[in-house]
Every structure is written in C-alpha cells, then in structure tokens.
Design a protein around this ligand. Structure first.
Ligand code: PSU
Ligand code: MN
Length: 306
C-alpha cells in the first residue's frame, strides 16, 4: 500500500516486491522495554537472527514525522540512547507525530499498522499489551487487542506478562475474533514463564502450519491478525514465585503513585526489570531472539506458498 508518510528501507521494499520473507520488529521494546546499551545490542542481534534464518528484518519506528519500515544501525542506536524520552506511539499518536515532525516508538499496535502499509505480514516481538488487572473499573485495555482484530499481520510473541489479567485478555481476543495459537504448547505462555494455567485456542507445531493458517485467513478475506504465543526456552524461564512477587510489588507501587494511561505499562515493565535485576533482562533478550527465529522461519515458508 502506498502512503505518502511512509519510508520503506530499500532492502525491505525489494524483498516485499519480490514476495520474499520479511519480519517486522517494534521499537518500543528498544526505547521503553530494556536499558541502554542492552536494548541496542539486542535490537541488532534480533536483526542478525532474522537474517540467519533467511529473512529480511524491518525494525519499525517514527522518525522526524516519517513512518519508517526498516531502520539503519545508526537509527537503532539513536532510539536506544534516547530511550524513554521518545514518545510511545499508539494508533492515536501517529497523525500528531507526523504533523509535528516528531519521533515515536512504535508499540505492537503501530508496528502492525506500519508493517501492513509496507506489505509486511509477519512481526516478532516480546510481549503484547492486553487487559490490565482491575480493568473492570479502570477500563485500561491495550489498543494492541483492537489492532489485532483489524490489521492483517501475524504477531509472534512470548504471551503476555502477568502484569495483565491473562484470563480477561483471552476473553477480549475471543470477542474480537483473534485466533490465539500456542507454538508447540496447549497453554498460553506468560512471557518469563512457559505456563499460565490458561489454554490457547489451537496448538500449532511447525512454521509450515503457522504459514498455512495465515495464508488461509487472508485467502478467506476474513481480515484481522493472528496471535502466536511461543514459550520462552525452558533454560531461560524464571521461577514463577520470583517474577510474580516482583509483578505484585510493581502493581502496588503504580497504584500508590497514581500511574495512569499510557505510562502504566512502561512503568510496570521498568519496575519489574529493576526488582528482578539482570535475570529478567537475560530472559527477555532470549525470548525475543527465540521469537525472531520462529518468525523468520515462518516468513520463509510463507514466501514459498502459492
Ligand atoms: N509488554 C511487554 N513488553 C513490551 C510491551 C508490553 O511485555 O515491550 C510494550 C509493547 O510495545 C506493547 C505496549 O505494544 O507495551 C503496550 O502498551 P499499552 O499497554 O500501553 O497498550
Ligand atoms: Mn493502557
């Protein structure tokens, strides 16, 4: 799709034109999800992993009011250094950021939007947003869930952190018609841990099955995205009691400090990372690399279908 606000990196544009494998990546995970310099190192390693599995990486962001599909290493460094000073860009922010010529870190929502504009079908990340605990009174539900219901991109993640109400998140996705697939599992993974106690809709065991599911949903003209949840590799998963205690503490602090709106998720992510220290950062990096590899394999299979 042509869009006058969109700049597609030449390598990405060529691969899309040729129907080759391309994987989109988000930039909020760089600016808000990890500390500098590990965020930049990880973003570059994720891109290398995608290349090693035969696909072209396209890290997505808003820079100087332009929607970017594909960043240079210098642009990734700039994003990582500027960190949380960059505006977190959700759907409602895109027009204003472009009108004002500003930078924005793309969330799952805006990465899906820009990936779709650029013709990219598969996107790898760490965790998605969802229905927050206590949403029955705060109404804090991530725009990621709405976007998954309308934009035709497959999002490959490690589930969602239990900073969210995972049961309500699954209910919302069911209402919105978003298929939730478990990669080699029947259970929704909870980011740092492989298990959550909640079932997924379908277990899928190979990149071939993932590619076929995406192709079929497109061919039927159903619209909307798909969510693939890929458990963190066993050796990097964290003890549930440690991570759950950190999450409970972070939520209590956010309530005490009156954190609201778009600040909630970055606050909780940062506090959980601080409380659990280097262990959770290492787990976070490993699961993103794991998702990047699966996304690249799936994109490679998808590009050979037809
Ligand atoms: N959850 C994570 N890691 C993340 C995010 C969420 O475990 O990095 C980021 C993603 O960019 C996601 C966004 O799209 O936070 C959701 O923010 P909100 O809950 O404000 O919609
Ligand atoms: Mn929110």
């Amino acid at each position: 799709m042509f869009n006058t606000f969109l700049d597609v990196k030449p390598e990405v544009a060529e691969a899309v034109r040729a129907g080759g494998p391309v994987v989109a990546l988000e930039s909020t995970i760089i600016s808000h999800g990890m500390p500098y310099p590990q965020n930049v190192e990880t973003a570059l390693r994720v891109e290398e992993t995608i290349r090693a599995h035969g696909a072209v990486p396209a890290t997505i962001a808003v820079i100087g009011g332009r929607l970017k599909a594909g960043l240079t290493a210098d642009e990734i460094e700039y994003f990582g250094k500027k960190g949380r000073a960059i505006a977190k860009a959700s759907r409602r922010d895109l027009a204003l950021l472009c009108a004002r010529g500003e930078d924005g870190a793309t969330t799952v929502t805006t990465t899906m939007i820009i990936a779709h504009m650029a013709g990219i079908k598969i996107f790898a990340t760490g965790g998605i947003g969802g229905v927050h605990r206590g949403a029955e009174t705060t109404m804090d539900i991530s725009a990621d869930l709405e976007e998954l219901s309308k934009t035709p991109v497959m999002v490959i993640c490690a589930g969602a952190k239990s900073i969210l109400d995972l049961g309500l998140t699954l209910e919302y996705l069911e209402t919105k018609g978003v298929p939730v697939l478990g990669y080699q599992t029947d259970e929704l993974p909870a980011f740092y841990t492989r298990r959550s106690g909640f079932g997924v809709d379908y277990r899928v065991d190979s990149p071939e099955e993932l590619a076929a599911a995406l192709k079929t949903q497109e061919a039927m003209g159903l619209g909307g995205g798909m969510l693939v949840t890929n458990p963190i590799p066993e050796e990097y998963s964290m003890p549930p009691e440690i991570i759950n205690a950190a999450i409970d503490q972070a939520i209590a602090e956010s309530k005490a400090q009156g954190i609201k709106g778009k600040e909630t998720t970055p606050f909780l992510l940062a506090r959980v990372a601080e409380i659990t220290g280097g262990d959770s950062l290492e787990s976070n990096i490993r699961l993103v690399l794991n998702n990047a590899a699966l996304a690249a394999e799936t994109a490679a299979v998808y590009s050979r279908l037809n």
